[in-house]
Write a new protein. Structure first.
Length: 344
């Protein structure tokens, strides 16, 4: 099987044709990836070996493609279905930058007719990470896609609201009935507003100015903070300190799941977003949560209420372009970086 591989910790990405084609277990689905999206976790795993169960390792945990074969317990999918999602990290068969990869049943979605297959490649990791933080971490009720809640006077502050995960967090918070104030750079204001942010703050301005605007805008209605960037704890603590005397339980969630932040001002509850064990047999609770979330995300996409992020398609069709795309992503981009691996 052809695809991208890394032979050892710190090794280089290379295209090879000696990868082992995976076979689906009873609860798995074999997919032919057509498009794949780059995520920062690739460049966290390669130099450290984090989450990788064995070598060689194939990157890419965000794909859209076509079902080839289903396990004996799978009933909702059949060969030929167009699908998308986040298939997991670091275990055999999970790498999407290859001719075939495996998905766990329940953690894969059918592509609806209203989006293209390449758009679908932007959805998996971003929506799962956003949902885990909002609906678990910030204690927000799941919305009914057919009957969305009215917008309340409650606010969510989303740090990094102009990025991929942050953009989906903005959309899902709005769809859940909350107003959103997004912390972004000046060049990302448009992306955050396009995702639905009601207000924005420039994270490069003095923190005191940011806090003053947050308090003026939210008027006591801010109880939830989502950090999609992983490096804003100092600012978050200052914000929580400033609002700690306002009534109501405060919640904070972050993609930074490796640091101990200690007690937070106002006894705010902290929830670390940890997507790493996704689709592994031992991750029963995480898999159950994400399966439940996908039952909401799928209809929201199909109804045109959750919109795929903007993206940049890198290189010609082929696995070599994924290596190029990683370099593009490392230089920084507000848009999702995707690649077309092969023809349908």
């Amino acid at each position: 099987m052809k695809g991208v591989k890394v032979d050892q910790i710190g090794g280089e990405y290379k295209v090879a044709d000696d990868l082992v084609k995976p076979s689906p277990a009873p609860n798995q689905i074999l997919v032919k990836p057509i498009f794949g999206a780059v995520n920062p976790v690739d460049e966290l795993m390669r130099p450290t070996g984090l989450l990788i169960q064995g070598w060689p390792w194939t990157p890419c945990c965000d794909v859209s493609g076509i079902v080839v074969e289903v396990g004996s317990q799978v009933t909702k999918f059949q060969p030929g279905d167009q699908v998308y999602g986040c298939q997991g990290l670091g275990f055999p068969g999970s790498g999407g930058a290859a001719e075939y990869c495996l998905f766990m049943d329940g953690l894969i979605l059918k592509k609806p007719d209203n989006i293209h297959l390449e758009q679908a490649a932007t959805l998996g990791v971003g929506t799962s990470t956003a949902a885990l933080g909002l609906w678990n971490g910030l204690n927000i009720d799941l919305p009914d896609p057919e009957n969305l809640p009215a917008v309340s006077d409650e606010w969510v502050l989303i740090l990094g609201g102009g990025g991929s995960v942050g953009g989906y967090a903005v959309q899902l918070a709005k769809l859940s009935g909350y107003k959103v104030i997004a912390s972004v750079s000046a060049k990302s204001v448009g992306a955050a507003v396009a995702s639905g942010a009601d207000e924005t703050i420039d994270y490069k301005t003095p923190v005191e100015e940011q806090i003053a605007k947050i308090k003026a805008v939210t008027k006591g209605g801010l109880h939830r903070i989502y950090d999609s960037t992983s490096y804003n704890i100092a600012v978050v603590k200052q914000i929580l300190e400033a609002i700690k005397d306002e009534p109501g339980q405060k919640y904070f969630t972050s993609v930074n799941d490796w640091e101990d932040f200690g007690p937070l001002p106002g006894d705010a509850k902290f929830y670390p977003i940890s997507l790493g064990p996704l689709a592994r047999p031992e991750a029963t609770e995480l898999n159950a949560h994400l399966t439940k979330f996908d039952e909401v995300i799928g209809p929201l996409v199909a109804l045109g209420k959750l919109i795929p992020n903007e993206y940049t398609l890198v290189g010609p069709t082929g696995f070599e372009s994924y290596i190029e795309a990683i370099e593009v992503q490392k230089k920084g981009s507000n848009k999702k970086i995707i690649v077309k691996f092969q023809e349908e």
